[in-house]
Ligand binder design. Structure first.
Ligand code: HEM
Length: 279
């Protein structure tokens, strides 16, 4: 029987508890990533099935067959071109981001990881700058509040991508991993927003929302779309580095809860936002 005086009992027990908590945290993060990857694949499916198909068929006016603020506008060649580049590059940045996070690709094909990394950051840059132009230059927004909130997302994408790239070229790979994860989450801010809207709207019957994305819930959800994932990532990174098994278990529990919400939101997006317009 172990006693309190046994000098070996406690460290061994602590070591086992820490390993178990580390495993739990790793599995919870993996579960979230798998659900998010399926949800992001659905986003890519929508883009290809709707914008890709209509663009290839040369029927640009059909972009507007799905609810959208300003897609195809007759006579606006520049705006239409920018829009097409923006939505079609969304496929590259979303798939590129997912690829970067798969550990097997990083380990077995580091050259591929470096190239997809470059493509991801350049595309993220073009997307954020193009998105800012669409918002303010075209202009495309439902309300000034929503325009400012999505623009903050764009600025975050630019800042976090620069930082992740700088750390990679400085060969500071630990810092690069942290900044690249932040950039990945910011790039997916527009996807997170759709997931968050599709959790909130059905559960609360649209409480605090209006048709201009400017109600109190709309504002909170638009902010949450990029602030919340970044905060959860910080909690995850700290729990990973911590020796305290309780911290790891708490963040693992949080990630499990968020995995369920992410799955529900992604399903809602497919069923409500995209599915009905894809046929
Ligand atoms: C970097 C990641 C981004 C991705 C993957 C992305 C993806 C997309 C997609 C798929 C659409 C078509 C929307 C739909 O059919 O529902 C879209 C539209 C649009 N995006 Fe982005 N976007 C990103 C960043 C941004 C940023 C940062 C801004 C603004 C600063 C922005 C502004 C816009 C605007 C104004 C539209 C047109 C919306 C409409 O007419 O309804 N995007 N984007």
């Amino acid at each position: 029987m172990m006693t309190m005086n046994d000098p070996h009992a406690s460290p061994l027990g602590e070591g086992a508890a820490r390993l178990a908590a580390e495993r739990m945290l790793r599995r919870a993060a993996m579960a979230w990533f798998c659900v998010a990857a399926i949800g992001q694949a659905a986003f890519v499916w929508m883009i290809l099935a709707h914008y890709g198909r209509k663009t290839l068929a040369g029927d640009l006016a059909a972009w507007n067959d799905k609810p959208i603020i300003k897609g195809y506008v007759a006579g606006d060649a520049m705006g239409n071109l920018q829009f097409a580049v923006h939505v079609l590059l969304a496929v590259v940045v979303t798939l590129g981001g997912l690829m970067q996070l798969v550990p097997a690709i990083r380990a077995r094909a580091p050259a591929l990881h470096r190239w997809t990394g470059r493509v991801f950051f350049v595309t993220a840059f073009v997307m954020a700058l193009g998105g800012l132009w669409l918002t303010w230059g075209r202009p495309t927004y439902l309300s000034l509040t929503s325009a400012v909130l999505v623009s903050l997302n764009g600025v975050l994408v630019l800042a976090l991508s620069v930082q992740a790239w700088r750390m990679a070229t400085a060969r500071r790979f630990d810092a690069h991993r942290r900044w690249a994860l932040r950039a990945y989450l910011a790039v997916n801010g527009v996807w997170f927003l759709r997931v968050a809207l599709m959790v909130w709207a059905p559960l609360t019957r649209g409480w605090g929302m209006d048709r201009k994305l400017s109600g109190p819930a709309d504002i909170a959800l638009q902010l949450c779309a990029y602030v919340l994932p970044l905060l959860v990532l910080e909690a995850y990174l700290r729990a990973q580095a911590s020796a305290n098994p309780n911290a790891k278990r708490a963040v693992a529990g949080l990630l499990i809860g968020l995995t369920v919400l992410t799955g529900l939101g992604a399903l809602g997006a497919v069923l409500i936002l995209w599915g009905p317009y894809m046929l």
